[in-house]
Design a protein around this ligand. Sequence first.
Ligand code: ADP
Length: 357
Amino acid sequence: MTITNEAVLKALSTVQEPDLGQDLVTLNMIKNLEIEGSHVSFTVMLTTPACPFRGKIEKDSKEAVLKVDGVKTVSVKMDSDVPNDGRMRGLVKTPIRNAIAVGSGKGGVGKSTVAVNVAVALAKAGARVGLLDADIYGPNTPTMLGVEKLPPPNGPRIIPAEAYGLKMVSMGLLVRPGEPLIWRGPMLNSAIRQFLGDVEWGELDYLIIDLPPGTGDAALSLVQALPLSGAVIVTLPQLVSLEDAGRGLNMFKKLEVPILGIVENMSYLELPDGTKMDLFGEGGGAHLAHITETTYLGGIPIDQNVRIGGDTGKPIVATNPDSNVAKALTDIAEKIAQKVSVAAFGANTGFSINIVE
Ligand code: ADP
């Protein structure tokens, strides 16, 4: 018997995209449908390569099509097209589809570690990722990615360094080592604007921005200079850190930047027997998310390999992806990508959003 496109699409219309709350056919995610005898092949176009439901959607759509009369074999290709958040970023000359800031109330909580590993995780998933290290007080992403210098500029244009599949620019690479960065007030503001406009990123799905800690001039200037898809706040579990994080969160709220969620770093230490030891208290990040009505994106354990990886330019999600800490970071990256895509998709199409936590 002949298999028709209609029969295959009808089967695929039973498969839901859990985040978007619609089926794959309604969402126009099925591409390149081909039928050859009893073999059916098609591509599922997701809204992010880092989709946490990627495996489930692939399996569900294969199973659905195998139920169609006459179908013997199915091959599914998973691809993605990350939606643009629709914000005008006039300063940057090439399209940056989404810009995500990583902030913290205070320094030393692991903000850069989270920014670097989230960026590497998204690049590993296949996204086009840029990392902007804008932490002018402690620009340490070059060390964390093992980058010593930027490529020669193209006239006035800054060319990002490439590492672990992503593009990176750090304010720390634009000044001589050891030279302090003492930009203040209006000077800081114009330096940031110039800097943002001068980088040759190329087209990006995600620009991750490692913000300066706290809520001072530098963080404010950056957030105002570049419209953001959203912000992620990194905190430690203990109360004092949570209070700082709460202040950071309020800054974004005041500036009308959507809060993508809260990450709790150094949540616990895993002992050799597998038990977890809470060094700094328990559940602080989740509690802060609850009282501020934001999303808790997850907790990251303490692991000395994170620090060693940071010091030697080897991000843990790239070099030890099967460790619990790398899994926690990858999971957080997927949640961030998911939230950003769902919001952008909703803004573009008017579809209702339905985040599955
Ligand atoms: P921030 O950007 O907030 O100042 P960093 O990301 O530079 O913080 O982290 C501060 C230090 O703590 C670094 O040496 C880093 O390697 C280490 N660190 C961060 N997160 C962890 C973790 N989960 N386990 C172990 N060390 C960590």
